[in-house]
Design a protein around this ligand. Sequence first.
Ligand code: DAT
Ligand code: MG
Length: 150
Amino acid sequence: MERTFIAIKPDGVQRGLVGEIIRRFEAKGFTLVGLKMMQVSRELAEKHYDVHRERPFFPSLVAFITSGPVVAMVWEGDGVVAAARKMIGATNPLSAEPGTIRGDFGISIGRNLIHGSDAIETAQREIALWFTPEELVAWRPAVQPWLVES
Ligand code: DAT
Ligand code: MG
């Protein structure tokens, strides 16, 4: 089953949006299979943002993600990677559509609240980076027959 990595960044935690963001993914029908709050190390931050290493904003990106608690999650469901990106919205919250998380709650690219994997292969890499296999729980919600046709 497809899985994606989602992280509520320090601004999302500080602004009290943890519940709201989890609510949206639950209400949509995706399944939460991993969840932890953590203080991100510099090492993890640099690995996570490795593709952006050469970008001018890389130092501030690492400084920000390590500046306070982050809520790291793994969500499961068919099509969850692309659907989560749609729910999150464009990178710059000012361009993000209303109805998306960034579109509804943000105004600045450096404070865009949430991370979501951009492709299935990225999700696999990020899940392995942030979670051990034991931290992930495979379970089937009882409402599944009311969410998907068998
Ligand atoms: P996304 O988080 O939508 O996947 P990304 O992977 O291109 O966006 O960039 C990672 C993060 O880096 C993004 O959430 C915010 C920051 N960022 C991206 N482009 C930026 C820019 N031009 N200036 C400042 N920060 C930027
Ligand atoms: Mg990205």
